[in-house]
Design a protein around this ligand. Structure first.
Ligand SMILES: NC(=O)c1ccc[n+]([C@@H]2O[C@H](COP(=O)([O-])OP(=O)(O)OC[C@H]3O[C@@H](n4cnc5c(N)ncnc54)[C@H](OP(=O)(O)O)[C@@H]3O)[C@@H](O)[C@H]2O)c1
Length: 242
C-alpha cells in the first residue's frame, strides 16, 4: 500500500442502506453531528476525491470552516484546505457550479477527451489523465492514478462518493477504510443509490470488513470499518490451509 495514498470512504446512509433518494438528490438526511464528523475527517487528509455525479448533485463541496480543525492543520504544516479532486471520464462538468467559486484547490482526474474540454481554463489547478488501454470505453486507470497521487504528495485521501466511484475503487482494491453514518430515516426505492453501485459481488466474492469503532451520537450511529484486502484475505486463507 506504500505506493498509493491510504484511503477512507466517508458516507451517510439511511437505515435501509441508501445514500440518496431515487432522484439522486443531494443527501440532506444527516444531522449537524454527521456534518461535523465529515468535516473532521476531511481535516485529516491531504485530498478528497468524489465522482462527477456527486458534484452535479450538490454543486458544491465541503470546505473546512471549524477553527479547531484549521488550527490543527496549520500545526501539522498542512494547507488550510485539502485538494478537492473530481473524477469525470467525460469531463462534462458545468463551470458555473458554485464549487468553482469555493476557496479550495481543485484537481480533475479524467480521460484525454475530458481533458480537452478544460484546456486553457483556470477552474482546475491540475488536470490528470489516466485512461485504461481500452479505447472503446471511457474508463480510468485507478491504480496508475493512485500511484501518481502519492508521488504528488497525497498520503491520505478521503473518498466522498458516490456509489459508482466507490464500486470502481473497491474493484481495484484501493479502499482501506469506511466511515458509515447510519441515519434514522428510510428512503426506499429500487433506483435509490447505495454506497457501492456497479454490478456487485457474489456471496463468494464478498468483501470482508473488520469493525473498528461503533459510536452513537443522538439518533445516529457512526461505524468505522477496515477492509480486509484481497492479498491479506488470500494470505490468511493460505495460512489456514483453505
Ligand atoms: N449520502 C452520502 O454521504 C452521499 C455522498 C456522496 C454522494 N451521494 C449521492 O450519490 C449520488 C451520486 O452518486 P453516483 O453513483 O450517481 O455518482 P458518482 O460516483 O459521484 O459519479 C459518477 C460519475 O463520476 C465519474 N466516475 C465515477 N467513477 C468513475 C470511473 N471509475 N471512471 C470514470 N469516471 C467515473 C463519471 O463521470 P462522467 O459522467 O462525467 O464521465 C460518472 O458518471 C447523488 O445522489 C448524491 O447525493 C451521497
Amino acid at each position: 500500500m506504500n505506493h498509493r495514498p491510504s484511503t477512507t470512504v466517508i458516507l451517510a446512509m439511511t437505515a435501509d442502506g441508501k445514500i440518496a433518494d431515487e432522484r439522486r438528490s443531494p443527501a440532506r438526511f444527516g444531522s449537524a453531528a454527521d456534518k461535523a464528523h465529515l468535516e473532521e475527517q476531511i481535516s485529516l487528509v491531504d485530498a478528497v476525491l468524489f465522482g462527477a455525479g456527486t458534484l452535479r448533485a450538490y454543486g458544491t463541496t465541503l470546505p473546512i470552516t471549524n477553527p479547531d480543525w484549521l488550527q490543527q492543520r496549520q500545526e501539522r504544516s498542512r494547507s488550510p484546505q485539502p485538494i478537492h479532486i473530481v473524477c469525470s471520464a467525460s469531463g462534462k462538468i458545468d463551470p458555473q457550479l458554485r464549487f468553482f467559486y469555493q476557496p479550495v484547490p481543485r484537481w480533475l482526474i479524467t480521460t484525454a477527451i475530458g481533458a480537452q474540454l478544460w484546456q486553457g481554463k483556470r477552474e482546475f489547478a491540475k488536470i490528470l489523465v489516466f485512461e485504461t488501454k481500452d479505447k472503446l470505453i471511457q474508463s480510468l486507470d485507478w491504480s496508475e492514478a493512485f500511484t501518481q497521487l502519492k508521488l504528488l504528495g497525497i498520503e491520505k485521501l478521503a473518498i466522498l462518493g458516490g456509489g459508482e466511484l466507490i464500486a470502481s475503487l473497491l474493484k481495484a482494491d484501493l479502499i482501506d477504510e469506511f466511515w458509515l453514518t447510519i441515519c434514522p430515516v428510510i428512503l426506499g426505492g429500487r433506483e435509490a443509490p447505495t454506497p457501492v453501485e456497479g454490478i456487485g459481488l457474489s456471496q463468494q466474492q464478498r468483501q470482508r470488513l473488520e469493525l473498528l469503532i461503533v459510536k452513537q451520537v443522538g439518533q445516529e450511529v457512526f461505524l468505522h470499518y477496515r477492509l480486509q484486502h484481497y492479498s491479506s484475505q488470500n494470505n490468511r486463507q493460505e495460512k489456514m490451509g483453505q
